[in-house]
Design a protein around this ligand. Structure first.
Ligand SMILES: Nc1nc2c(ncn2[C@@H]2O[C@H](COP(=O)(O)OP(=O)(O)OP(=O)(O)O)[C@@H](O)[C@H]2O)c(=O)[nH]1
Ligand SMILES: [Mg+2]
Length: 597
């Protein structure tokens, strides 16, 4: 195939602005599905956690044919924790669709992905999406995107971006709001017109660079990336140039190109195309494969450093081993190291203890997805409170900072500013409009741990909060403890309604009656700063029939439901999370303590 007929495009945006839904509509309109074929929504969000949470976690490649052109499309995740993935993906495309919600306008992650695309100098088409939404302000959104461009670059050519309006859900795009369009053709035409065909010379010697990794049990490691120059062939002898400059000789075992929703095996592919290869178990992101007579590597791709770490260790609670299938340190360790096969921004290290491993990632969601995946696979283990990773740069202690944007009812703005300042946040910008206040803060990532729950309560669920990693800045100093103490179980047994009722005025419970507890397990949040130990298993002495029935009749306040992320945000320095396929329990780390208050 002639590479002038290829277009490589990434779809980038803030979380939930409609990337994957737009890809659905593109796939439908370019005839990828049979007529009348039943296709589920957001078909690319194919793994269980992606479907349950309605977010994209891994970027995915598809390819469609339009007017004789092959358009390779890469759908990327919008959540900030996966921003590094977006950055890498941008290295294999020549253009990007920047999707912006017509109501929300540009958000922190819009800025992040746009700045990365502009740094690489790739062509951007702005798609003002969800124009059907009631509060949509398509022209206002274009203006705001324009301001963002001018703030981020002075390259006039890039600032003069083409844009289209779209409803990704129904599959409509148009150049002007007044246009009457029923398809996405205006968008697809815009891609053909504005995004250049890939550069790269097929007559030159082969160079391929790995940008994403995948793995499956049958073929082992799969490297996905773009053929920068030359022609790549199945069964071809090649050099793998490692990051350290050393050369490994090897063979391309299988070669795939992208077609429709999947990969198809092929014999050869030319410069400019995006391919997947197998045959190299040891290939890493950014490394180059070349023809045997060439030892020239492409510039390495930087993989974002982790900013948050947790200790994963063998479960040693009194309930250890009761619910999990894989519980030993050997099993947990192997599973963690296996994850590195494709989870490129994750780090795993052994520690002084054979029972514990240090796992570092890009944020709470990145780590919680790993935890959730492992527990569903049958693993049982415990994790410590997430901690930010500090570094010394030129002798100065530095910590990761986040760019935080909150949108709250005006009445909650004061409280919000106060709380964020206590957490060492610095206000960068503030704007009032229509009874709402938008606040932009620069805040240590450390200061945001545990903030979300507080934020939801403070704004009565009406606040919106978004943040993205910004950069390392000098350490902001101590942040005083923001959290209340815990209600800690004094006994092992079963929680009894009567006993829970006795302590209701002390705080909020995380568990319901009949939950099994052990001594040192955290059963709720105290309404004061210190921990207290309580006996939630104590039954009332049954002196007569009336009290026996009274016990049954106790009505309790609803327990606070704690998701895995809530628990990760909640736990204190001296607490751990016990993770099993059936339960997530909060506990004191040291269960041998004589008293827990
Ligand atoms: N009203 C309206 N809703 C839309 C439109 N496009 C997408 N949505 C909805 O927006 C939500 C998010 O859509 P997704 O396609 O998952 O967004 P995304 O950008 O892929 O999200 P992440 O991958 O998690 O960043 C879904 O509930 C969609 O149904 C649109 O054009 N109009
Ligand atoms: Mg998506």
């Amino acid at each position: 195939m002639d590479n002038t007929k290829i277009r490589n495009v990434a779809i980038i945006a803030h979380v939930d602005h409609g990337k994957t839904t737009l890809v659905d509509s593109i796939l439908k309109q370019t005839g990828v599905f049979r007529e009348n074929q039943q296709v589920q929504e957001r078909v690319l969000d194919s793994n269980d956690l992606e479907r349950e949470r309605g977010i994209t976690i891994l970027s995915k490649n598809v390819s469609v044919n339009y007017k004789g052109y092959k358009i390779n499309i890469v759908d990327t995740p919008g959540h900030a924790d996966f921003g590094g993935e977006v950055e890498r993906v941008l290295g294999m495309v020549d253009g990007a669709l920047l999707i912006v919600d017509a109501q929300e306008g540009p958000m922190p992650q819009t800025r992040f992905v746009l700045s990365k695309a502009l740094e690489l100098g790739i062509k951007i088409i702005v798609v003002i999406n969800k124009i059907d939404k009631q509060g949509a302000d398509p022209d206002g959104a274009v203006d705001k995107v324009f301001d963002l461009f001018t703030e981020l670059t002075d390259n006039e050519e890039l600032i003069d971006f083409p844009y289209v309006y779209a409803n990704g859900l129904t599959g409509i795009a148009k150049k002007e709001m007044e246009d009457d369009s029923k398809t996405l053709e205006p968008l697809l035409d815009c891609i053909l017109e504005n995004i250049k065909h890939p550069t790269g010379d097929k007559t030159q010697t082969l160079q391929f660079q790995a940008t994403t990794l995948d793995y499956n049990d049958y073929v082992g490691r799969i490297a996905i990336g773009r053929v920068q120059n030359g022609v790549i062939k199945s069964q071809q002898q090649v050099n793998l140039i490692k990051a350290d400059g050393s050369i490994q000789k090897g063979k391309i075992v299988k070669l795939y190109v992208f077609e429709d929703l999947g990969r198809v095996e092929t014999q050869e592919a030319v410069a400019g195309d995006i391919v997947a290869i197998t045959g190299f178990e040891d290939i890493h992101i950014g490394e180059t494969i070349t023809a045997p007579d060439c030892s020239e590597a492409l510039p390495l791709i930087k993989v974002d450093e982790p900013t948050l770490q947790m200790i994963f260790s063998v479960n040693d609670s009194p309930f250890a081993g009761q619910e999990g299938k894989f519980v030993t340190s050997r099993q947990v360790r192997k599973r963690l190291y296996d994850e590195l096969e494709k989870n490129v921004s994750l780090r795993v290290e052994d520690t002084d203890s054979t029972e514990s491993f240090r796992v570092s990632g890009r944020g709470e969601l990145h780590l919680s997805i790993l935890i959730e995946t492992m527990r569903r696979e049958g693993y049982e283990f415990q994790v410590s409170k997430p901690e930010v990773i500090t570094k010394h740069i030129d002798g100065v202690l530095m910590e990761p900072y986040e760019d935080l944007l909150v949108d709250v009812p005006e009445t909650a703005a004061g409280a919000c500013i106060e709380k964020l300042s206590n957490r060492k946040g610095e206000m960068v910008h503030m704007q009032n409009a229509k009874g709402r206040t938008m606040l932009n803060f620069s805040i240590p990532a450390r200061g945001l741990i545990g903030f979300r729950g507080e934020f939801i309560r403070m704004t009565r669920g009406e606040g919106i909060m978004n943040h993205t990693f910004d950069k390392y800045k000098p350490y902001a100093g101590d942040i005083s403890k923001q959290r209340n103490g815990s209600l800690v179980s004094h006994e092992q047994g079963e929680a009894i309604p009567y006993a829970l009722a006795q302590f209701e005025d002390r705080g909020v419970f995380f568990l319901t009656p009949k939950t099994k507890v052990y001594r040192g397990m955290v059963v709720g949040e105290h309404n004061r700063p210190q921990d207290i130990e309580i006996n939630v298993c104590k039954t009332k002495k049954l002196t007569n029939m009336r009290s026996a029935t009274a016990d049954v009749m106790v009505t309790l306040q609803a327990a606070r439901k704690m998701s895995l992320e809530d628990c990760m945000e909640y736990i204190g320095d001296d607490e751990l999370l016990e993770i099993t396929p059936e339960n997530v329990r909060i506990r004191k780390a040291d269960l041998t303590r004589v008293r827990f208050n």
